[in-house]
Design a protein around this ligand. Structure first.
Ligand SMILES: Cc1cc2nc3c(=O)[nH]c(=O)nc-3n(C[C@H](O)[C@H](O)[C@H](O)COP(=O)(O)OP(=O)(O)OC[C@H]3O[C@@H](n4cnc5c(N)ncnc54)[C@H](O)[C@@H]3O)c2cc1C
Length: 309
């Protein structure tokens, strides 16, 4: 890769950054190049230069749904999490840049007596990651209130209606089209602040009382029509299983936690174990919700945008 391209960036570029400092699992090897724009303008400048030079890259947020590899995660990673831009409010519409923490937006909405995001409090992702995965919890999801998006696609910034994202359960069109989410606008509903606060408090309490607090990437597997993944794993007798510093949580079996010394490989071992045992016992194939960085990097933005869409 021609590193000269980086010389035109105003954004900070870090080399061989510890993945554990950036992912919620707190493990993994190194991220080869990590570009850290601090404004949307810097982000767009990086996107344009990388795209024009046909350099493959992967945009990341808080890495709260990603398992990095143990060795060097080769390539260029572009994090949005250092972009600190003000949330904009127009009536009931809230516009947020992609690197903003989802929980910050939930709190902002509540402070403005706007309902629709309050039960998402505690999801540790950015807005970009939340839209990408159509994050949801306790009966509420991003798709309920997302109205429009600003995306980087075919080398250009374009406004798109929410329909462009084609959101469904933990799915979006972004998983296939390589477009980058720059900002999102939600149209929320005015409601008494006390009522929204109460709903947010209940969601936060439910989260704390049912989920482990150790480093993880949240639910490992998607819900299955035959039952909750956690229950299936528990019924397969795997709750609490430990392997080389990683554990199938004894609080919630759909979480794999890092006990302090886990590697990406030990997490993968438990993921495979859960999948194979549930299949053996119940003939059910569990589908992974968490992303393996090694698998997805290659397919994201590998081609110039004009060839992807
Ligand atoms: C303790 C815990 C609890 C959790 N609870 C929930 C929950 O209740 N519900 C739920 O849905 N999830 C949950 N998660 C999973 C995770 O927080 C969400 O999926 C979150 O939305 C991921 O956001 P992120 O910024 O961390 O994305 P990352 O993990 O950094 O990235 C996820 C994907 O989004 C892509 N992406 C990120 N930003 C952009 C962008 N700007 N443009 C295009 N693509 C982008 C990345 O390339 C990657 O493919 C939980 C995770 C943890 C650790």
């Amino acid at each position: 890769m021609n590193r000269d391209v980086f010389s035109s960036f105003t954004a900070e570029i870090r080399y061989l950054e510890n993945a554990s400092d950036h992912c919620s699992f707190k493990l993994g090897g190194k991220l080869e190049y990590l570009i850290c724009p601090k404004t949307t303008a810097e982000l767009c400048e990086c996107l344009k230069v990388l795209t024009n030079n046909l350099i493959p890259f992967k945009v990341i947020g808080n890495m709260s749904n990603i398992l990095p590899e143990d060795g060097i995660n080769r390539g260029v990673f572009l994090t949005t999490k250092y972009i600190a831009e003000k949330i904009a409010l127009h009536g009931t519409r809230v516009t947020v840049s992609s690197g903003t923490c989802l929980s910050e937006v939930c709190r902002y909405a509540v402070e403005h007596s706007l309902s629709g995001l309050e039960r998402l409090i505690g999801i540790p992702g950015t807005i970009g990651g939340a839209v990408f995965n159509n994050a949801g919890a306790f009966g509420q999801s991003i798709s309920d209130t997302l109205e429009s998006l600003l995306v980087f696609i075919n080398g250009k910034l374009v406004s798109k209606p929410a329909g462009f994202a084609d959101l469904s359960y933990r799915h979006s069109a972004f998983k296939n089209n390589g477009a980058i989410i720059i900002s999102a606008t939600f149209n929320l509903k005015p409601l008494q602040m006390q009522t929204i606060k109460q709903s947010m408090k209940e969601a936060a309490l439910k989260r704390i009382s049912t989920q482990p607090q150790a480093p993880s990437a949240g639910s490992v597997f998607k819900k299955h029509t035959e039952g909750a993944a956690g229950m299936l794993i528990q019924n397969a007798g795997l709750k609490g299983t430990i392997y080389k510093g990683a554990q199938i949580s004894d609080i919630h079996a759909n979480f794999i936690i890092n006990l302090g010394t886990a590697s990406a490989d030990s997490v993968k071992y438990l993921v495979n174990l859960a999948q194979s045992e549930v299949y053996k016992k119940f003939n059910i194939k569990l589908e992974r919700e968490i992303e393996y960085l090694g698998e997805t990097y290659e397919c994201t933005s590998r081609l110039p945008y004009s060839q992807q869409i």
